[in-house]
Write a protein that binds this ligand. Sequence first.
Ligand code: DQA
Length: 148
Amino acid sequence: MPNILVIHGPNLQLLGRREPETYGTMTLDAINQQLENLARELDAHLRIEQHNSEGGIVSLIAEAMDWADAILINPAAYTHTSVAIRDAVAASGLPAVEVHLSNIHKREEFRRHSFIAGVASGQICGFGVQSYLLGLRAACNLCSSSHS
Ligand code: DQA
């Protein structure tokens, strides 16, 4: 059974109330529930974390080296700013799937660049909660292909 670390970045605890025209009305708890339901189907174990601080995310990724098989991450605003999170993902050596609720490529110019994308296995964005669910499927597939 693959162990997947799910990381929600800053401000995502506000989902449901935060800019619903961009991020939808689903709460973070509801997204996590859908992830847990899918994980059961895929026979995966999730540890789900939300952090507003960059250092908290960096530490989580470093600790994951000891137990996780893959990372599913929505780095939120740190996507566009954080060399530290990029380096943490690279240092972990774990396959990572980057997800975003919104399509970051059709929003403001500054959101088009992701520091994480270059060290992730892939990026899924623009599909709301489905970005996370597709991302979880991708992460599980990466784990099974690394075991075969
Ligand atoms: C986001 C997109 C980011 O640009 C933004 O800073 C977020 C959420 C998304 O899921 O669409 O906080 O990662």
